[in-house]
Design a protein around this ligand. Structure first.
Ligand code: ADP
Ligand code: MG
Length: 586
């Protein structure tokens, strides 16, 4: 019985190393703390030098206000900060730092040297702290500003080293960290040097330009912007169009009151704003900056201050969804196959346009559509009468014809337009179904011959759950025996389709867990399934009036550019691109 379980106070150095672990989780945390200090010091230019992914060396050089020589030792004291004076200040934090624990924490687990000189002082001061113990303090030579050099990170806490990921991964996190702070301070220049090689250089610029730079060249060419200031929330953002949605969330950046943060709330709001416009496994690329009054947000919920809590989450999320969607709808014609940049913007479409293959009726609204798509002798209402006004951004498309029984081919301003007939019709029907349900209730088409449907036990169980949602869309049914129903009406848009087949397909889809339904209500799922099984398919022949009708309906859709699976409905090939194909220019 020698186990000594007496309570002891840890030696100070041990306690500090444990506390340091919270702040100095990985090399990128050091970079974050040092760059934040530089920004707090009003730096205009910041250089970050890294060696061995930060294990051997992290150096941050700034041209900020520096520290007076007499205050220098204090900077490495725990809870010593120049930024807040009392606990009350905590509610109105405008600087990044305020806990006064970054420098002592870093110095507890590394060899740290700071050389600093306020611009008006003739001489710099230098301090060296190794594993929490001061090694040197005295005058030195150096330029105005501050240089902090962190070497041999975790030399005295080898266990921490073990937890580090691969150098490539750690360096990637450092890059992300610098990028996040660069977004917060677009007017500041940032240079990142790794192993003597320049990995990143951002000149001083405006927010939108900085955002595009961080999103990268692939996204930067296809963005739209948001600037809204309604009520107490101010939103500023740069977003990739749906075509450049990414497989990973790492292309999403959020700033709250100027501070880079992670926010599940904002990520979800974005996902909702792009809902049905991009495939379920993609994420919108975005830089979104949110400003709310300081009292509306708690930045102090996390020791590294990377997460925030909003006082009123729901209204904020709703506003983000609404405003991003509004901005999204003002993007002219996405799904552009970009012309080769070498072709230049001077290149114009051909001067003469070929004659149409056959005369095209004017897009004449829902009446023509109904005529076109109505099965002969059918008495349904006009199919797409509830559609909204045409978008002013939608190009006027001249119909050319059908390609491979799959695409509708058209021309707009000398550009080639290809429309996926199934995807386009799906989008139109889906919006119809949901709009109808919201305004006047679904229109049902009573079946001349009710269909008797025998249900499997699974279908029967599903039906009990789905009954009301099915009814809202226009499916009407009555019990007809233990596991049998009689289907008496289907949604009007589906009139003419085999009723029983459609009904079963809808039930099956909605109950299918393989389909990524994330975030969709039962009614949305049913609308999707119904639209999907009702829409014109690839392989269906379409005559010109039908195609014109489809174009007209798509023009009136709220989100005409993609089907609800997030696939594009329309692709536009620039006239300039066509010219390049034929070596006509450039
Ligand atoms: P905090 O940032 O929370 O105040 P730190 O430990 O990061 O705590 O820094 C302690 C203090 O050192 C800061 O409050 C600031 O006065 C000073 N300081 C740190 N880095 C710099 C810098 N790059 N330029 C000027 N002053 C600095
Ligand atoms: Mg700090």
């Amino acid at each position: 019985m020698t186990a000594d379980r007496a309570i002891r106070v840890l030696p100070r150095s041990a306690a500090e190393r444990i506390a340091a672990g919270e702040v100095v989780e990985r090399p990128a945390s050091v970079v974050k703390e040092l760059v934040e200090n530089s920004l707090d010091a009003g730096a205009r230019n910041i250089v970050v030098e890294i060696e061995d992914a930060g294990r051997r060396l992290i150096r941050v050089v700034d041209d900020g206000e520096g520290i007076a020589a007499r205050d220098l030792p204090l900077a490495f004291e725990r809870f010593a900060t120049s930024k807040i004076r009392s606990a009350a200040d905590l509610h109105q934090i405008l600087t990044y730092g305020f806990r006064g624990e970054a420098l002592p924490s870093i110095a507890a687990v590394a060899r740290v040297e700071m050389v600093t000189r306020p611009p008006n002082d003739g001489e710099a001061a230098r301090i060296v702290v190794v594993g929490g113990t001061r090694d040197f303090l005295g005058p030195a030579s150096g330029p105005p500003g501050t240089t902090v050099t962190v070497e041999d990170l975790y030399f005295n806490t080898p266990a921490r080293r073990e937890f580090l990921k691969s150098p490539a991964r750690e360096f990637a996190v450092i890059v992300e960290t610098v990028q996040a702070l660069a977004l917060a301070a677009p007017g500041v220049s940032f240079r990142l040097v790794e192993g003597g090689r320049e990995a990143m250089w951002y000149p001083p610029e405006g927010f939108a330009a900085r955002a595009r730079r961080v999103l990268g060249p692939h996204v930067a060419g296809q963005t739209f912007e948001l600037a809204s200031n309604r009520g107490i929330t101010e939103l500023t953002g740069v977003f990739g169009t749906p075509q450049v949605a990414q497989r990973r969330r790492s292309h999403q950046w959020f700033l709250v009151n100027g501070r880079p943060v992670r926010s599940l709330l904002l990520a979800r709001a974005l996902a909702q704003a792009f809902h049905t416009l991009i495939p379920e496994d993609r994420h919108p690329a975005a830089v979104l900056s949110v400003r709310v009054p300081p009292g509306e947000v708690d930045a102090n919920v996390h020791p590294r201050k990377t997460e925030v809590r909003f006082m009123r989450e729901r209204p904020l999320a709703d506003e983000v969804v609404r405003e991003v969607r509004r901005a999204l709808h003002s993007v002219p014609l996405p799904h552009i196959v970009p012309a080769d940049p070498r072709a230049g913007s001077r290149a114009r479409g051909p001067d003469t346009t070929p004659e149409p293959e056959y005369p095209v009726p004017r897009t004449s609204g829902p009446g023509a559509v109904a005529e076109a798509l109505r099965p002969p002798g059918d008495e349904t209402e006009t199919l797409w009468s509830g559609a909204g006004a045409p978008s002013p951004l939608w190009p006027s498309i001249r119909l050319i014809g059908q390609l491979g029984l799959t695409y509708v081919v058209g021309e707009a301003d000398g550009d080639l337009i290809l429309i996926d007939q199934h995807a386009a019709h799906e989008r139109v029907l889906y919006e119809q179904l949901l709009a109808r349900r919201a305004t006047e209730g679904a229109r049902a088409q009573v079946l001349a011959l009710p269909a008797v449907v025998d249900l499997t036990p699974v279908e029967a169980a599903l039906l009990r759950e789905l009954g009301p949602a099915l009814g809202a869309l226009g499916f009407e049914m009555e019990p007809f025996g233990p596991d049998t129903i009689r289907l008496t009406a289907v949604p009007a848009i589906a009139a003419g389709r085999a009723a029983e087949e459609l009904f079963r397909a809808c039930l099956r889809d909605v109950g299918d867990d393989e389909i990524p339904w994330a975030g969709r209500t039962l009614e949305e799922r049913l609308a999707i399934a119904t639209a999907c099984h009702t829409a014109i398919r690839a392989g269906d022949r379409m005559d010109p009036p039908t195609m014109t009708a489809l174009l007209g309906a798509l023009e009136r859709a709220e989100d005409p550019y993609s089907c609800f699976h997030g696939r594009p409905t329309l692709v536009r090939v620039r006239g300039a691109e066509l010219e390049r194909w034929f070596y006509r220019r450039g």
